[in-house]
Design a protein around this ligand. Structure first.
Ligand code: ZN
Length: 200
């Protein structure tokens, strides 16, 4: 992994587009003005990302996972992130799935088996519980999201942004959406305009 100085890459720079959890996670690899950026360069950045997406994890899991991250966890999360990106790329390019990323994803999804428990204080509630350590459980939740995005009904709506230099993925929820963000749409229009003028 390329070493990137964390003060150059605020966690806020890793774009939050409101995509499914696995797509947001894949998008931690992003670009700023065409330069590739690592949104998970340090354990602290991974912890911040987990807290920023806490609403997509059951209960307090994102917070307990962020607190419990240890040596080696960053590597496992980045490996899953790269696997998700490789599989998403294969899907949008209609290419065969790369074997190692596929195995990495399925292994991560199986890291923390969970089951529903009926918790009944004021009202009965379903709680998804696991015996696994919180970082393992968080890794599994992200992997499960990726399995559903890549293999479920959303798979035909997964797109790679066509913005100049952009490497983000998004799920197209309405037929006219062509870019990850309005910013990428503007950059693409400016670049087409420039190309047309240069051609003359
Ligand atoms: Zn984009």
């Amino acid at each position: 992994m390329t070493a990137v100085s964390p003060d150059r890459i605020e966690i806020g720079v890793a774009p939050a587009l409101g995509e499914p959890l696995a797509v947001e996670f894949g998008n931690t690899r992003h670009t700023v003005r065409g330069d590739l950026r690592e949104g998970l360069a340090t354990t602290a950045m991974l912890a911040a990302w987990l807290r920023a997406h806490a609403g997509d994890f059951p209960g307090e899991l994102a917070f307990s996972a962020a607190r419990a991250l240890g040596d080696g966890d960053l590597f496992r999360f980045v490996r899953l992130r790269d696997a998700v990106r490789a599989l998403a790329r294969a899907l949008v390019n209609d290419a065969p799935p790369p074997a190692i990323p596929l195995a990495t994803l399925n292994e991560a999804a199986a890291t923390a088996p969970s089951w529903p428990r009926l918790s009944w204080a004021a009202v009965p509630l379903v709680q998804e519980v696991t015996a696994a350590p919180p970082p393992d459980a968080a890794l599994s939740v992200i992997a499960a999201s990726a399995v559903h995005v890549l293999g479920g009904p959303q798979r035909s709506a997964l797109r790679a942004c066509g913005g100049p230099g952009c490497v983000l993925f998004f799920v197209r929820r309405h037929p006219r959406r062509a870019w990850c963000s309005p910013g990428c749409g503007n950059r693409a229009r400016v670049s087409r305009h420039y190309e047309r003028h240069r051609a003359r």
